[in-house]
Every structure is written in C-alpha cells, then in structure tokens.
Design a protein. Structure first.
Length: 357
C-alpha cells in the first residue's frame, strides 16, 4: 500500500524474460499491469497492480464502437549505476489529460498516475533491459467501457498501464530513412483530434502508410488538410529541418501532436545557441531551399526512435537527397545528447529525468 492506496497483487507464475537480442518493439509484456476504474458519480477508484492478463469487456463496450480512448508512450532506462530513470513523465500525464479533454474523458490525478507508474516499474524492475540502447517502453491508456451503443461520452472507463521491454530503435546505429510527401490523404485538420493522442488518428493514417511502404518509403510526410501546402508531421513523429544554418519546425496549430521530444529538441537547440524557430513551413519552401543547396538536414522526433534522420524526401516526382543521404551533424548531436540524458550517460542539466526509487 502506498500514499494512494495502490493495492498490489503479485503473479504466481513469472514469465520467462526475452534475451536482449530477441527484443523487438511492443510484442512482449512484463509480469504485471496497473489498472484503475472510473464510474460516474464515484470518480476514479480502486487503483491496483495485478498480474498481466486479458481484459474481460462487454462486446457493447463503447471503446469497440466509437473509439473513445487516449494513450501515451514513454520509456524507462536503467543506468550503469543501476538507477531507473523516466524521461519527463510529468509531461506525458499532463498531455494525457489534454487528450482526455478533447475526448470527453474525465481527468486523471497526474500525481497518482505517476505514483502508479513508479510502483508498477518497481514491481517489474527486473524486466528493464540493460544492454545499450534498450529500454522499457511504457504504454498508459484509457478506454471507455460502458456497454451502450448510443453515441455519447461513456460513464465508465479504465486507466491501464502496460510495460514492454524494447530494443534500440536502430539495430545498427542511427540510420536515415526515405520519406514520401503525402498528397492524397491527410492525418488531421485543425478542429479535429490531431493534437490529441487518440487511436482514431492512427487508424486513419494506416492507408497512406501502407501505400508508401509498397513504394519503398518508410513513412509519409503529412501536409495540412486544408491547402495541402504546409508541412505537419512525419509518420507519427514531429518534423524538423535545418535550412541555411537555422532549425525550423512547424508551429503548433491545432492539428499537430505536441511532442515531448520536439519540446526537448527546441530547448536543447536554444541552449546550444543554434537558431531555432517554430513557424508555418510549406513544402514548396523546402523544395526551394533544396534547389538552392540550403536544405542541410531533416529529422523526425518522437519517443520510439528519439531522433530519426531523413535521408530522402520525395515530392512531385523528384527525390531530394538530404546531406547526401547521411545523418546530419546537428541531428546526430541531438540523438546522442537526448539518448545520453535518458540513459544517464550525459549530465542532465535540465532536470528532465526522474529516478524511480
Ligand atoms: C506521440 C506522437 C509524437 C511524438 O511525441 P513524443 O512525446 O515526442 O513521443 C508526434 N506525433 C504524433 C502523431 C504522435 O502520436
């Protein structure tokens, strides 16, 4: 029992842990999970850690029909000194509540959510892989569970946290990817749900992703849904360009997801004295910069890959090769610094990491 009365039931049958070399992304889960219920009139109640197990839900549960749900994603690392670090987890729970607002889901107590996460990580501490680049991926999420086919906010929810040991995103070092600009499909529009982390956005993105995959691209570059002119995001990451010495990224506009990696990159660049600005960026502007030899670097940012260099951008029947298809200098420095801070190898001047103890 803790300050928040989180009840803990330990498993009787521990699972076998995967070898570091067998780790993939999000396929293996730890021995326990956190779960808490919401009932209208009663609020959030019964926070508990239980053995990892399937959920039993009524087939009429609203989550299955109208998708009222939100999620988060973050990572825990174990350092050389055997400390367990979380990277800016308070930001994740703040954002979860912002997503809750948009989806008409009742707010969570952010402090309780963090306490729940820390307690769960302590229970499954042995599952955090320690080989270089590996980490424990954390997936907090909320689903609507009222059995009702009417379209309205649910009167019942479950908040759940599951944990998955994951390999480094890059098996053979950070490597640039090929990206195609998406001209037909859009990810979201201002006024829609693009700025919330909710499942429907990802369901809507699959078609474009699948088609670009068949053409040899690993992700799509999303343009704005109104004019199809302005750059929004890359796959499910935020996007940055370095043009003529300045780093630029699309400003938050109601359809872009405000990434915590994005925010950290902006803070790091400012700290280093590298010019950085958030503004509207058209794809035509990027093409012009490329033609003028001024498109120096491009990279995506997000928790899973941290920093993902873009080696080629395809638009209007032409591939723009960025930095000769190699990882740029600033891109590499950001990757090394962020992953270094997250894993305790680089001094955390910003106090971004929280130790789980
Ligand atoms: C989660 C997410 C990001 C990145 O956010 P981080 O907090 O940096 O992980 C960017 N775009 C979309 C669409 C996302 O879902």
């Amino acid at each position: 029992m803790t300050k928040y009365n989180i009840d803990v039931t330990l498993t009787q049958t521990k699972k076998e842990k995967p070898n570091a070399s067998e780790l993939a992304f999000g396929k293996v889960f730890t021995d326990h999970m956190f779960i808490m219920d919401y009932t209208e009139g009663q609020g959030w109640h019964d926070p508990r850690i239980i053995p990892y197990q399937p959920l039993t839900l009524d087939p009429a549960s609203m989550i299955f029909h109208y998708g009222q749900s939100v999620f988060e994603g973050l990572k825990a690392y174990v350092t050389k000194k055997e400390q367990v670090l979380l990277f800016r987890p308070d930001e994740n729970f703040k954002r979860l509540n912002k997503s809750n607002d948009r989806l008409c889901i009742p707010h969570l107590d952010e402090e309780l959510a963090l306490e729940a996460l820390k307690t769960l990580i302590q229970v499954d501490r042995d599952w955090i892989p320690n080989a270089e680049g590996t980490s424990l991926y954390i997936r907090p999420f909320i689903i609507s569970t009222e059995p009702y086919l009417g379209v309205s906010p649910s009167d019942r929810y479950q908040f759940i946290i599951i944990l998955s040991p994951v390999a480094s995103y890059y098996k053979e070092g950070i490597a640039p990817v090929r990206i195609a600009v998406e001209n037909e499909f859009v990810r979201s529009v201002a006024g829609g749900t693009g700025s919330a982390k909710t499942g429907g956005n990802y369901a809507a993105s699959l078609k474009a992703q699948q088609l670009s995959g068949t053409k040899g691209y690993s992700q799509v570059l999303w343009l704005d849904g109104v004019e199809r002119k302005y750059i929004e995001e890359v796959g499910s990451m935020n996007i940055f360009f370095k043009v003529d010495g300045e780093v630029i990224t699309p400003s938050i506009n109601g359809s872009i997801l405000e990434g915590i990696t994005r925010k950290s990159v902006i803070e790091l660049l400012k700290h280093w004295g590298i010019p950085v600005s958030e503004r509207k960026i058209s794809i035509a502007e990027i093409k012009e910069a490329y033609a003028a030899g001024k498109l120096e670097e491009a990279f995506g940012t997000g928790t899973a890959a941290v920093i993902s260099p873009v080696g080629e951008l395809f638009w209007q029947n032409e591939g723009m090769s960025i930095n000769g298809g190699k990882t740029g200098e600033v891109t590499k420095k950001l990757y090394d610094t962020l992953t270094g801070i997250q894993s305790g190898m680089v001094e955390d001047h910003f106090n971004w990491c929280i130790e789980v103890k």
